[in-house]
Design a protein around this ligand. Structure first.
Ligand code: SF4
Length: 215
């Protein structure tokens, strides 16, 4: 077994009722689909759909991130529409209870912190961050997307497919951008640089094995 294969352990857990081989780095289980995926957001095609998905639940927010939202709001409010500001005034920044918070939604769809550039929905926190106005980029769950963290008995990272992301999958494949690298900054933020380097080595090794026809 190559030395790099020692970076992770393999275990069998049940996912969606099926028995699936899953790799694990530290205590984080890895969706077997992740290493083979390529991804590059194409907001001109998707229009920022992940920020405006109908369904009534906004982006997951950790309890700690509520303080970041409060600190950033005085800066980002200038990017928000009168309607979104009114929703914030009436319902607040987040909904749900401790440990299960999500950003407030407008009309059961757009996150209340969405701002529009033409017909493209953008995150007002990220807009302010990229302009150097605040030091906090956006909630971790948004930074990671289309990677999701399932926190249960076994913490697991997985790919979440949205049909609006199809152009991002196709564009990532055409440009040769692995999802593992596209999401690099967010994964370092979530799990640290050491974990991310081992994750990257695992993904590259899986790709090598798959491209050689091995298992
Ligand atoms: S994650 Fe998908 S829906 Fe969201 S901006 Fe990227 S391509 Fe668009």
């Amino acid at each position: 077994m190559p030395v790099r294969c020692l970076f992770w352990r393999k275990l069998i857990i049940l996912i969606d009722g099926r028995s699936s081989p899953v790799s694990q780095i530290d205590d984080i289980a890895i969706d077997p689909a992740l290493p083979g995926l390529h991804f590059q957001c194409n907001v001109n095609a998707c229009k920022g759909a992940c920020c405006t998905m109908p369904g009534g639940r906004g982006a997951p927010v950790s309890d700690d991130e509520v303080a970041e939202i409060h600190a950033a709001f005085p800066v980002v409010r200038k990017h928000l529409s009168a309607k979104h500001l009114q929703v914030i005034e009436e319902r607040g920044f987040v909904e749900g209870g401790a440990g299960d918070l999500v950003t407030t939604c407008v009309d059961g769809a757009a996150c209340v912190f969405v701002t529009y550039e033409g017909d493209v929905a953008r995150c007002s926190f990220e807009k302010a961050f990229l302009a150097g106005e605040i030091g906090w980029r956006k909630p971790l769950s948004c930074h990671l997307f289309p990677i999701r963290i399932d926190r249960g008995l076994h913490e697991r990272i997985r790919f979440e497919y949205l049909q609006h992301c199809k152009p991002a999958l196709e564009g990532g494949a055409a440009a040769g951008v692995p999802l593992a690298e596209f999401a690099g900054n967010a994964l370092v933020r979530a799990y640290g640089a050491s974990w991310y380097q081992r994750f990257l080595a695992y993904c590259r090794s899986r790709l090598e094995i798959e491209s050689s026809g091995g298992r």
